[in-house]
Ligand binder design. Structure first.
Ligand code: GDP
Ligand code: IMO
Ligand code: MG
Length: 434
């Protein structure tokens, strides 16, 4: 794959929203890295450091949590939008970690002043809530994401604009710590030390201050100058707070609409939605996964694949589920598909594809609202023959084995969107533009 091809491809793409069409970890980082070649600005609009986006660049593996994956390329501006929740200590660590690996972070990173903060009491509450749920736990990343978005919705959150103003921040923090310590004590958890948090957050605030700005205004100007913007989704469609497998979801809108609310870029400026999906299905954490299959999980884990980029947890794996990807196309308005990890199925024969569900004997072609019902859905499978050979060296669709070509066209047909990219390995070169 040469970037020239993407140049031609992206000239007609303009502003692109990239989202995960499953339960996260679809390979968004890799596809963002590919598409970034011809974008000018890369923006995160939601989520926090629960995300882990893997990019392999010049032989080094980078895992990005809060910083858009475009940061690895020169002359790109990366923006963390207002819809992201930021743990400032984690963000400073990420900046330092990337610099240590030789990545330049200077004027190429902008942070929204309106983004909400994740504070230590959010992490403590996340942990406590999970503990108390026992077997009904969500399996969160314990990064404090739910409680931070909870404070935002309750209008009791602190924002980046607060942490860069020391006296204002300390005053607000004191009240918040008092209130949250009462809750933590009642739960039997360790209270948070005000001085420690105040000092470390103010120091992080000072480090981040040069990057902080009104990113809405920046993005508006970038659009006026004809810059192309790539919106980097985090998590995936079925972790969306409104459309996902509630309550086994994250706390933000991971679907395409989140790119507007989380950045302040209006809907009519969005030109295209790219949905990224694996050639099979994975999920990390609890909740419905109708096509989960112990043999698929075992095979992928034995290949050393499908361990979480953020928490290292083993991902649950299963067959491709077209009920969810079709629904993802509906919710996000997916125009184009990027299918990743096709090579994960190189040694599998036969291959099952879930084309529908049955619930209490009745056929369903969209997922039910209720998670318990979703868990009880039985997949209806269609079986196809596997290609049983490596796809890793294919660089054109014609170089894929015929059965692999048939497989990707079948899953795109079932999903209902045009196939644009097939990924056959984790590196940038291992990419086929269709
Ligand atoms: P993200 O959160 O959507 O960015 O995905 P993650 O980075 O958490 O997980 C995707 C994993 O698949 C990472 O280890 C990637 O390096 C890897 N990956 C992405 N595309 C491919 C592919 O086509 N083949 C293989 N073998 N690995 C891939
Ligand atoms: P990327 O961007 C996969 C999952 C967690 C848990 C649920 C809620 O790398 O695709 P949270 O900590 O957000 O409250 O956890 O969501 N989860 C992810 N799963 N990829 C992610 O991000 C995820 N971010 C959160 O495992 O099930
Ligand atoms: Mg990930």
């Amino acid at each position: 794959m040469r970037s020239g091809k993407f140049f031609a491809y992206l000239r007609i793409m303009s502003n692109t929203i990239l989202i995960g069409a499953q339960w996260g970890d679809e390979g968004k980082g890799k596809i963002i890295d590919v598409l970034t070649a011809d974008a000018d600005v890369i923006v995160r609009s939601q989520g926090g450091n629960n995300a882990g986006h893997t990019v392999i660049h010049r032989g080094k593996t980078y895992i990005l949590h809060l910083i858009p994956s475009g940061i690895l390329r020169r002359n790109k501006v990366c923006v963390i939008g207002n819809g992201v929740v930021i743990d400032p200590i984690a963000l400073v660590d990420e900046i330092v970690g990337l610099r240590d690996l030789g990545v330049t972070i200077h004027r190429n990173l902008l942070i929204s002043d309106a983004a909400h903060l994740v504070l230590p009491y959010h992490r403590a509450l996340d942990e406590q809530r999970e503990l108390r749920k026992g077997r009904a736990r969500i399996g969160t990343t314990k990064r404090g994401i739910g409680p931070a978005y909870g404070d935002k919705a309750a209008r009791t959150g602190l924002r980046i604009s607060d942490v860069i103003q020391p006296s204002l921040f300390s005053k607000k923090l004191e009240g918040k710590i008092r209130e949250n310590n009462a809750i933590l004590r009642a739960l039997g958890a360790k209270p948070i030390d005000f001085d420690e948090v105040n000092e470390s957050y103010l120091a992080a605030g000072q480090t981040l201050a040069p990057y902080v700005t009104n990113t809405v205004v920046y993005l508006r100007r970038a659009l006026q100058r004809g810059r192309e913007i790539l919106f980097e989704g985090a998590q995936g469609t079925f972790l969306d707070i409104d459309h996902g497998t509630y309550p086994y979801v994250t706390s933000s809108n991971t679907t395409a609409g989140g790119a507007c609310t989380g950045t302040g870029v209006p809907p009519h400026r969005m030109d295209r939605v790219v949905g990224v999906m694996k050639a099979y299905t994975t999920r990390v954490g609890e909740g419905p996964l109708p096509t989960e299959d112990a043999r698929v999980t075992k095979m992928l884990h034995e290949m050393g694949r499908e361990f979480g980029a953020t928490t290292g947890r083993a991902r649950r794996c299963g067959w491709f589920d077209a009920v969810v990807t079709r629904y993802a196309t509906m919710i996000n308005g997916i125009d184009e598909l990027a299918i990743t990890n096709l090579d994960g199925l190189d040694n599998v024969d036969p291959i099952s594809i879930c084309v529908g569900y049955r619930l209490n004997g009745k056929p369903l072609d969209v997922p039910p609202c209720d998670s318990t019902q979703w868990i009880n859905c039985e997949p209806v499978y269609e079986t196809v023959r596997g290609w049983k050979q490596s796809t890793r060296s294919a660089r054109k669709i014609s170089q894929l084995p015929k059965l692999a070509r048939d497989y990707v066209s079948r899953i795109s047909q079932l999903t209902g969107a045009k196939l644009s990219i097939v990924s056959v390995g984790p590196t940038r070169a291992e990419t086929i533009v269709v």
